[in-house]
Write a protein that binds this ligand. Structure first.
Ligand SMILES: [Zn+2]
Length: 174
C-alpha cells in the first residue's frame, strides 16, 4: 500500500493526537485527577445534584459538602415528579468543595470522596482530586477511617444510600 504524502501526514498527526491524549490521561491518573460528569449549569451557577437512595439490597448516593465538610444551601429542592432514588437538591459547587459518593450493599459500604479542583463546562465535568476511598463491612468501620471534618457529610451519604426509595435531601443547609 502506498501512502500519499498528505494521507501520511494526516495519519501521523492523528497518531500523535492519540498519543498525546493517552499521555494526558496517564498524567491525570498519576495526579489522582478525575473528571466527574455530574456538572449542571443553572443560569450562571455551576451545580451538582444531591441524589440517590436505596432499592432492596443495594443503594447509592451523591452528596455535596463544603470545603470544611459542612452542608451547603440548595438553590432548588425537587418536591414533585419521580423522586424515589433520583435527584433531590441542586447545590452550587465551588473549588474546594467535596463530592461524596456512597455505595451500599446491605451493611457493607464504600465511600469515595473527591475535592473539587476545577470545572470543564463544555464536558459537564467537575475536575476533582480523590481525597479518600474507604470500604468496610459495617458503617462504623467506614466512618472511623475518614478524615474527621468529612465524617458528618459521609454519614449522611451512607444513610442516603441505605434510605429505601429516598425522596428528599439528607445533607443541605437550612
Ligand atoms: Zn432519604
Amino acid at each position: 500500500m502506498f501512502w500519499s504524502e498528505k494521507a501520511f501526514k494526516s495519519y501521523s498527526q492523528a497518531l500523535e493526537n492519540i498519543l498525546k491524549t493517552f499521555d494526558g490521561i496517564a498524567k491525570k491518573q498519576q495526579q489522582g485527577i478525575k473528571e466527574l460528569y455530574i456538572l449542571e449549569v443553572y443560569g450562571d451557577l455551576l451545580c451538582a445534584w444531591e441524589k440517590g437512595g436505596a432499592g432492596c439490597n443495594t443503594g447509592s448516593a451523591t452528596v455535596i459538602a463544603g470545603s470544611q465538610g459542612e452542608a451547603k444551601k440548595a438553590i432548588k429542592v425537587r418536591t414533585s415528579g419521580h423522586l424515589a432514588g433520583r435527584e433531590h437538591a441542586l447545590i452550587p459547587v465551588e473549588i474546594g468543595d467535596h463530592i461524596i459518593f456512597a455505595f451500599a450493599f446491605k451493611r457493607k459500604c464504600i465511600v469515595e470522596i473527591y475535592r473539587v479542583v476545577g470545572f470543564d463546562v463544555a464536558r459537564k465535568a467537575i475536575i476533582s482530586k480523590k481525597v479518600v476511598e474507604v470500604e468496610g463491612q459495617a458503617i462504623e468501620e467506614v466512618l472511623q477511617k475518614l478524615p474527621e471534618n468529612l465524617v458528618k457529610a459521609a454519614s449522611a451519604a451512607i444513610a442516603k444510600a441505605h434510605c429505601y426509595h429516598c425522596r428528599e435531601p439528607h445533607y443541605i443547609a437550612k
